[in-house]
Design a protein around this ligand. Structure first.
Ligand code: WT7
Length: 655
């Protein structure tokens, strides 16, 4: 049943209440927190309300087990299946409602109802079993934005296998590494994809990765290119369509999983050289995602949402796949670039599909700004009700432009702060409830307690910037495998916890400041992680790629931001000053493209005699970033070689 929706309050009329998300139903005119909201004394019982959004085949006995803190276990004793929650439970009421609308790069369109999803997911689930995938096995999915991507994820979930989605833009080396790290038992990929006028051979990249692992893992290949390409299926490789046909009508009952069983792996970048393996547990992750799908994105059955993220990133997992489908919403999936065939595409997608909730990144919005308002203004965007942004700080100008030219002054903007590790949004305004403040991400959601602290972990008053930490565990927090717990402790918990007092505080890696109303503004990362095009990259991983080039002694990668985009800038020191610099520059760019991915190709490579470093030999990225972005430099007194900053500035000016 689709409810009538009242309009959102406008910025000028901020106190008007909006229909409340059904999870926290309350009197519409009340300003009191909803019944299900977490407040101090109720924690953790308050998470019951969020968990009730899911269907449990076996109720849980405990909300949270803190025995082995900070490795909390949520909803212990409960059983559920993710695919059943995303699909089967909707069949009775909305089997013929559209679940997924896909728009291909060549103008193709495909629509799946919830019943269609049910049938295809069941067939793929049966096929996965047939090729040897068992419960708890890991399946790597290396697909661009095709319907087969969410379908395969759900097929894994249905049989209790874990998916490990790897962004399709990653190079073979990066894919191989991410498969090996999770001991992947199977691979799902496609023959290729179109990039504007050309064709990318995805299958060749996958084959190269498989060859480097030295195993012939069972592989399912989706035919994206049609007759224009030969699939060249090798040993142990299967055509997706053939399998779906062979297993049409299969009845694969969803496998009940313990709430604490892992649902998937995903990789992210941290401060170490290697990509980090993240794991999310079934019950907690789904609870957090279902809860925020309602509270933050106001998704209810039939709402049409378009989140531009790739499913290879957590944003795609949570708000392209799981959040919307748990809510019975309609997902729009648009393959390819937002500028192809022309700059009208994003607005056409919204117009054609009646998109109500649009979720993207500040980088994308800045690109839209650069193109100009004539593009959105020549389309009917009246279906939009709510806009979202994520991934990096959004400047007030960008915010205003989004609000005015996309939201037409009518749609609230949720600037959502979260991370791969947090699983779901933790800091954001709730539309219709909280006031909007451009530039800020808003107050922490009910049940989430944050603290801004100084180096010694002391809480800082409003207005003073410091480290963003989280006080209490939340259901969708990552649930590392035992073998990951050691580094996870060091990376996230050690800095601000007191293990002897069994007091744990999660460090986000971000710096932030909170205002008198409790609204948080994110300043940026405090560690060696940079964000390019909303993709988190570890500087160490990039530098490992750079130093594969002969003659490079040291390298540092930083983000360079202009008003319209963020690009990668590489600093390198040469063994011999007189080398052919253009050749080395190309070799560095190629090494990054090859080892990390084409999307990470640097916009500039700068040679410098030295990198700024501390006495401990740690490269000072913050200072390099300051020089590149022409910001005032602070705290350069801990440098061993402070004079190098001036030299680098001179080199940059000569560029
Ligand atoms: C890092 C997490 C899961 C979201 C996509 C990225 C930065 C995230 C915001 C925001 C400013 C943000 C933080 C965070 N970030 N959202 N609204 N405003 N910065 O996920 O790759 O795990 O990156 O992205 O620095 O730590 P991720």
């Amino acid at each position: 049943m689709i409810e009538e929706r009242p309009a959102y309050p406008s910025l000028e009329n901020r106190t008007v209440r909006h229909r409340t998300p059904q999870a926290f139903s309350r009197d519409e005119t009340s300003t009191e927190p909803a019944d299900g909201d977490c407040s101090d004394h109720e924690w953790p019982a308050c998470w019951d309300a969020a968990a009730s959004l899911l269907e449990w085949s076996e109720p849980y006995e405990r909300i949270v087990d803190e025995e082995n803190a900070p490795f909390y276990r949520w909803f212990v004793g409960g059983h559920l299946n993710a695919a059943e929650n995303c699909i089967d439970r909707h069949l009775e009421e909305r089997k013929n409602q559209v679940a997924l609308r896909w728009e291909g790069k060549r103008g193709e369109r495909r629509t799946y109802t919830y019943y269609d999803l049910y049938r295809e997911v069941s067939a793929v689930a049966a096929a996965l079993r047939e090729i040897g995938v068992e419960e708890d096995d890991v399946v790597t999915i290396y697909l661009p934005k095709l319907p087969e991507l969410p379908i395969t994820m759900l097929a894994c979930a249905r049989i209790g296998a874990l998916h490990n989605v790897v962004f399709a833009g990653f190079a073979p080396t990066a894919l191989a590494e991410r498969m090996q790290r999770v001991d992947s038992r199977a691979l799902v990929t496609c023959d290729g994809s179109f990039r504007e006028e050309t064709v990318i051979n995805q299958k060749r990249k996958a084959d190269t990765a498989l060859a480097s692992i030295g195993e012939s893992l069972p592989t399912i290949v989706v035919d994206r290119l049609g007759s224009s390409h030969d699939m060249h299926l090798g040993r142990n490789q299967y055509d997706y369509d053939d399998l779906v046909e062979a297993f049409a009508g299969a009845n694969v009952p969803p496998v009940p999983r313990e709430a604490t069983d892992p649902l998937f792996h995903i990789h992210t970048s941290g401060t170490t050289g290697e990509p980090q393996r993240m794991t999310h547990a079934t019950g907690g992750y789904l609870t957090g995602v279902a809860w925020t799908a309602q509270t933050v994105f106001d998704l209810t059955p039939g709402t049409t949402i378009w989140c531009t993220a790739d499913a290879g990133w957590i944003t795609g997992h949570s708000y392209v796949v799981y959040g919307p489908l748990l809510s019975g919403a309609t997902v729009v999936l648009a393959e390819g670039s937002l500028r192809y065939p022309d700059r009208h595409r994003p607005w056409e997608v919204i117009e054609r599909n009646g998109v109500e909730v649009f979720y993207t990144t500040p980088g994308v919005i800045r690109t839209f700004m650069k193109w100009g308002e004539s593009f959105p203004s020549s389309h009917d965007l009246s279906s939009l009700r709510l806009l979202g942004t994520v991934g990096e700080p959004i400047g007030p100008d960008t915010w205003e432009w989004y609000y005015t030219h996309v939201g037409e002054g009518r749609c609230p903007i949720v600037n959502t702060w979260w991370q791969t590790e947090t699983g779901c949004v933790l800091i954001s305004v709730r539309p219709g409830i909280d006031e909007l403040k451009p530039g800020s991400v808003g107050p922490p959601l009910p049940g989430i307690e944050i603290q801004i602290v100084d180096e010694d972990g002391r809480e800082l008053p409003p207005g003073e910037p410091g480290y963003l930490t989280i006080e209490r565990p939340w259901p969708s927090m990552f649930a590392p495998l035992e073998s990951d717990q050691y580094w996870v402790l060091a990376e996230y918990w050690q800095a601000f916890s007191d293990p002897r007092a069994d007091s744990w505080r999660y460090f986000t890696g971000d710096r932030a400041v909170v205002d008198d109303d409790g609204y948080v503004t994110i300043i940026g990362r405090d560690d060696d992680v940079i964000t390019i095009g909303n993709r988190r990259l570890g500087t160490a991983e990039l530098e490992a790629a750079i130093t594969t080039v002969d003659g490079i002694t040291e390298a540092a990668a930083v983000a360079e931001s202009t008003a319209s985009e963020t690009t990668l800038c590489v600093f390198a020191t040469l063994e011999q000053e007189q080398r052919d610099r253009d050749a080395v520059r190309d070799a560095i760019a190629d090494a990054i493209a090859e080892n990390v991915g084409e999307f990470a190709r640097p916009a500039s490579v700068v040679f410098t005699p030295e990198l700024p470093e501390t006495y401990a030999g740690k490269t000072m990225y913050r200072l390099l970033e300051g020089v590149v972005n022409e910001q005032p430099l602070t705290d350069s007194d801990t440098l061993r070689n402070p004079e190098i900053l001036g030299e680098i500035a001179t080199i940059l000016n000569q560029k």
